[in-house]
Design a protein around this ligand. Structure first.
Ligand code: T4K
Length: 373
């Protein structure tokens, strides 16, 4: 008999109050206003900006497009320096709009891009640095700001993992020139598919809105510049409003699961669950186990062993982006040694969490893994 009689998956979506969602959907259908900056999207943007304490939230159709729109609105060209320890979409978004990703290794203490390694990668083609707040743990924003300033380029953040997290007491969303979020189904806070760009810069916000919607200036139907279609639908925004109402309960459940995993696994030789800074706000959406010797299985072997027990984990992020086909061949930095990135990618397993996983489930998974040792 497997450990569970139903599949337990990393990435199962959290869903807020269904009755409220159904009511909002009925209102959308009755209004027959389905997209193009409708009232629900406007309300969603207002609520997100308020939650994050940032002047502008521009809701978009997903987190990948959020990056594409952000770099277009900033007018970036040439090369952008980013970590390879991220989801492939971070690099794809840059490549898709004709930028060249230049991969930098991570800092062993934050698992985010290491500012001290960036100056060696700066060339006269560098137009920005993109940090990624990996697993919701913040980048060294002060260090990146200083490196960006010295190189004369803006710093932007892919904050896809970091909705609801704070850094130095301020919510992530207002660091750098702008930050981008993903509200994909597998994120702890989802809008089915969706994303957002947040910024305190009024001029950039205006340009972001133009880029999102065919280059239209606000209120105008004449295109003043080249733009794309990156709009969020009313239905997605409704899901976002409903999930925003439940966000504290979802975070609480994530935290309880994270604690259950830590209590069950941290004392086992070769295992550790990546911790969060308890002085900050965290979303705890990734309960990431690091697997090292003397634990008898590798992270990949543990994943396959758990599958036999009906537990489906994800290996965020193995292989790292610089080891994936489009970048092995096409990028000049291919093959560059990124030892911290390669080492971490070998070790990580993102365990199931979220509202579909109870702390009891997490304890059972932890004690099963502990029993392998
Ligand atoms: N930057 C960073 C740092 C990111 O992590 C991401 C996305 C982005 C940018 C781009 O944002 P988006 O354009 O995606 O908004 C998932 C997500 O698709 C992706 O959004 C996320 N990061 C990445 C880390 O994870 P996969 O390939 O693991 O997804 P998938 O379909 O294999 O699903 C994972 C698990 O979730 C499976 O066990 C099935 C389960 N699942 C999935 C969906 C979609 C469900 O139970 N229900 C569902 O509806 O990439």
């Amino acid at each position: 008999m497997p450990l569970f009689d139903r599949p337990i998956r990393t990435g199962t979506p959290n869903i807020g109050d269904r009755a409220t969602l159904h009511r909002l959907l009925d209102e959308i259908l009755d209004r027959r206003w389905l997209t193009n900056n409708g009232p629900v999207v406007q309300e969603f943007e207002r609520r997100i900006a308020e939650y994050l304490g940032v002047r502008h939230c521009i809701a978009v159709s997903n987190g990948t497009v959020a990056i594409e729109v952000a770099v277009k609105a900033l007018g970036l060209t040439g090369e952008v320096i980013l970590p390879s320890f991220t989801f492939v979409a971070s690099a794809h978004a840059l490549s898709w709009v004709g930028l060249r990703p230049v991969f930098c290794d991570i800092d062993a203490s934050t698992y985010c891009i290491d500012p001290s390694r960036i100056p060696a990668l700066v060339t006269d083609r560098t137009s920005a640095i993109m940090g990624v707040h990996v697993y919701g743990r913040p980048c060294d924003t002060a260090g990146l700001g200083a490196v960006g300033h010295a190189a004369g380029v803006p710093v932007i953040y892919d904050a896809a993992h970091a909705f609801g997290c704070s850094h130095d007491g301020a919510m992530i969303g207002s660091f750098g020139a702008c930050e981008t979020f993903s509200f994909h189904a597998t994120k702890f806070f989802n809008t089915f598919e969706g994303g957002a760009i947040t910024t305190d810069d009024d001029c950039l916000a205006e340009e972001l809105r133009r880029c999102r919607s065919f280059g239209y200036a606000d209120g105008s139907r004449a295109s003043g510049s080249v733009g794309t279609n990156a709009k969020m639908t009313e239905v997605s925004a409704a899901m976002g409003l409903v999930n925003l109402d439940s966000i504290e309960q979802i975070i609480q459940r994530n935290r309880e699961n994270h604690t259950a995993y830590r209590e069950g696994l941290d004392s086992i030789a070769g295992l550790s669950v990546i911790p969060f800074d308890l002085d900050e706000r965290n979303n705890y959406q990734y309960a990431v186990l690091e697997v090292l010797e003397p634990f008898p299985l590798t992270a990949g072997e543990l994943m396959r062993r758990l599958e036999r027990e009906n537990v489906f984990v994800q290996r965020y992020f193995a292989p790292p982006v610089h080891r994936q086909a489009p970048y092995l061949a096409a990028v000049g930095s291919a093959g560059r040694a990124l030892p911290e990135t390669d080492g971490l990618a070998e070790r990580v397993v993102a365990l199931p969490t979220g509202s579909a996983v109870s702390p009891d489930d997490a304890r059972r998974i932890a004690s099963f893994i502990a029993g392998i040792a």
